[in-house]
Every structure is written in structure tokens, then in C-alpha cells.
Write a protein that binds this ligand. Structure first.
Ligand code: AMP
Ligand code: TRP
Length: 333
């Protein structure tokens, strides 16, 4: 039986990039009919690697729990939990730091990018973040990890750490595979289509947020930056705007890029954008409706998260105990 692990940070409002690049794939994996163990968590310890406001963070954690369920994750099938409620995550991160080199962390692209954006100083946690992530994955002996393309480098480090630990001590961890979709793994900004769409973009209309009102979604897509040659084709290099809209359209419709092109190739950009807007609204509206139904049901959300934390703690504590024995800390052999 396969084990699948992934998480999303509760930092701000989620974008359609988070949905198409990550959460939609968790749901598809959950529903693919194969027997599996699926752990999906709210990566709150990752979120605090950059400054957060406590009250806002707490709200985002709850919002993300509701959003996971609204997007189709079924708490009876998938273990949903909050990372900080399974303390083994922090412990494992420390244990793995003992075999991680500073140089390999300093080389991480995301660290280098995020470091530049910090005005209040760069926290040590921002540097060690990928080790925390490796721990998240190795704690559950994951076979595969569905993520967007920006997490590929972190997955490579995770694999290296697993191999390093196994050869230094003895066979302990499974070496996980990243699961990165061919289409949708990197949804681009609507305003600067050569840049990744991000939760934290200062230009609001650059990102479609999962909870944006339908008319706002349509407006944002209508004002997406394209080009002036008027031809709808997939060419990310020379036509990044149109290619991004084609990607969004094909993911929302569950069709290939080629099928999407066949459907829309004779339209003008205005007509095409209208279709993309409709496709996005068709996907997001039911999620928003479900979200509104459950976001204020604290009892239900608490029950789900308690049950998830209990199950995750059981597996994670066992793995931490094993790792400590192998390293030789504590008294147990
Ligand atoms: P984060 O918001 O950084 O916690 O990301 C959560 C998940 O969404 C990760 O698997 C990311 O790789 C994925 N993700 C974030 N932004 C995008 C994007 N623009 N396109 C595709 N996937 C994304
Ligand atoms: N670092 C990931 C992100 O920013 C979130 C994350 C944390 C994650 N731990 C993980 C994803 C473990 C997959 C597996 O997107």
C-alpha cells in the first residue's frame, strides 16, 4: 500500500495555483480507487519561518482546514491534521539537521528568494525550512509527495537526507518520489506571466484566490496580460500569458492542452478569456459554497483535526523513537 504525504502553508489566501498545482492532485489521488494511506497537513510551522501575526495565522489555519474539505478531501479517508499538533515534526527536523550541511541549505533557490524579501532579518528557521519539510515526509515513510514544481529542489534534499541517514546508520527511511503534474505544476501570475502566481503578490489582480467572487475572477482573467499576435497556441517561451491561460483552462476542464487548443483555437482573445473565466468559476464556485457551509462549524472542524492529529501522532512518534534509537540518543536500544 502506498503512503502519500503533502502539506500547504496557512499563509494568506490560497490561489488557484495552490489548487491546481497541489490540492486538486491530493483529491485526485484520494479518489483514484487505489488503496493508500494519505496524510495532508496544514504546514503552520513552515508558515512561521517568516513573520506572521498570531491572530491572522490562527484564522488561516482554520480556513485551510475548511478549504481542504471544501476542495474534496474526505476526512474519513484522508488524515487531515495541523503540523504543530504533531510535535514529532519539530523533533524530526532537529534530528535530521545533524546530517544536513549548511551549504546545501544555503543553495536552496527558495531560501535565496525569500531571504531577499525579509526586512526584519532572516530567521534561522527560513534556512532550516527544507529540513523540517524532509522530516514531514520521512516521518510517515511516504512513497510519493504531490507538490507544485517550486518544491522539486526540497524533495531532492529530502531524498538525499533519507539516503544519507540510511547509509550512515542503517536502512530506516523510504526514499520518496516527488509527484509533479505535467500540466498545472506552475501556474503563472496573470500580470507577469513569466513569474509564478503567488499568495503574496502585491498586485491583487495577478492572482486568482480560491475564495474570490465569480465577477472578480472573470475581471482578473479579462485583464490578464497576453500578447498582440492574436493566435491561441501553447508556447510558454514566446506567449507566456496565453500559454498560462491555456494551462488553467485545461486543468479546470480536465482535458489535455492539445484538446484545449482544439476547442478554442478559432476564438479571439476576448472570447477565449471569457471561456477561461467560466471554467474557473465552474470549478471554484462549488468549493466556495462548501467552504461557507463548514467554516463556522467549529465542532466539526475540531473533530476532524483532533482525529487527524491522533492518527498522525501515532505514526510519527513511532518513527521518531526509531530514529532516536538508531542515532543513539536516549536510553532505548
Ligand atoms: P505554498 O503556498 O507554498 O504552501 O504551496 C503549497 C503547494 O502549492 C505546493 O505544493 C506548491 O508547490 C503549490 N503551488 C504554490 N504556488 C503554485 C503555483 N503558482 N502553481 C502551481 N503550484 C503551486
Ligand atoms: N514547503 C511546502 C510549500 O511551501 C509545504 C510543505 C511543507 C510540504 N511540508 C511539506 C509539501 C511536505 C509536501 C510535503 O509549498
Amino acid at each position: 500500500m502506498k503512503t502519500i504525504v503533502s502539506g500547504v502553508q496557512p499563509s494568506g489566501t490560497l490561489t488557484i495555483g495552490n489548487y491546481l498545482g497541489a490540492i486538486k492532485n491530493f483529491v485526485d489521488l484520494q479518489n483514484n480507487g487505489e488503496e493508500k494511506e494519505l496524510f495532508v497537513f496544514i504546514a503552520d510551522l513552515h508558515a512561521i519561518t517568516v513573520p506572521q501575526e498570531p491572530a491572522k495565522l490562527r484564522n488561516s489555519i482554520k480556513g485551510l482546514a475548511a478549504l481542504y474539505i471544501a476542495c474534496g478531501l474526505d476526512p474519513n479517508v484522508t488524515t487531515l491534521f495541523i503540523q504543530s499538533e504533531v510535535t514529532a515534526h519539530a523533533e524530526m527536523a532537529y534530528l535530521l539537521q545533524t546530517i544536513t550541511y549548511i551549504g546545501e541549505l544555503e543553495r536552496m533557490t527558495q531560501f535565496k528568494d525569500k531571504k531577499q524579501k525579509q526586512v526584519e532579518g532572516v530567521s534561522t528557521a527560513l534556512l532550516t525550512y527544507p529540513v523540517l519539510m524532509a522530516g514531514d515526509i520521512l516521518l510517515y515513510n511516504a512513497d510519493c509527495v504531490p507538490v507544485g514544481a517550486d518544491q522539486k529542489q526540497h524533495l531532492e534534499l529530502t531524498r538525499n537526507l533519507a539516503i544519507r541517514f540510511n547509509s550512515k546508520y542503517s536502512d530506516t527511511f523510504k526514499v520518496p518520489e516527488p509527484l509533479i503534474q505535467k500540466t498545472g505544476a506552475k501556474i503563472m501570475s496573470l500580470q507577469e506571466p513569466t513569474k509564478k502566481m503567488s499568495k503574496s503578490d502585491v498586485i491583487d489582480k495577478a492572482s486568482i484566490f480560491i475564495l474570490d467572487e465569480p465577477n472578480i475572477i472573470r475581471k482578473k482573467i479579462a485583464s490578464a496580460v497576453t500578447d498582440c499576435d492574436g493566435v491561441i497556441k501553447y508556447d510558454p517561451e514566446n506567449k507566456p500569458g496565453i500559454s498560462n491561460l491555456l494551462t488553467i483552462y485545461s486543468c479546470c476542464k480536465n482535458i489535455s492542452i492539445d484538446e484545449a487548443i482544439n476547442e478554442v483555437k478559432d476564438l479571439n482573445y476576448g472570447e477565449f478569456k471569457k471561456l477561461v473565466g467560466d471554467a474557473v468559476v465552474d470549478v471554484l464556485l462549488p468549493i466556495q459554497t462548501k467552504y461557507k457551509e463548514i467554516i463556522n462549524d467549529n465542532k466539526y472542524l475540531d473533530e476532524v483535526l483532533d482525529k487527524g492529529a491522533e492518527k498522525a501522532n501515532y505514526f510519527a512518534n513511532k518513527m521518531v523513537a526509531k530514529v532516536k534509537r538508531k542515532i543513539g540518543v536516549g536510553r532505548k536500544k
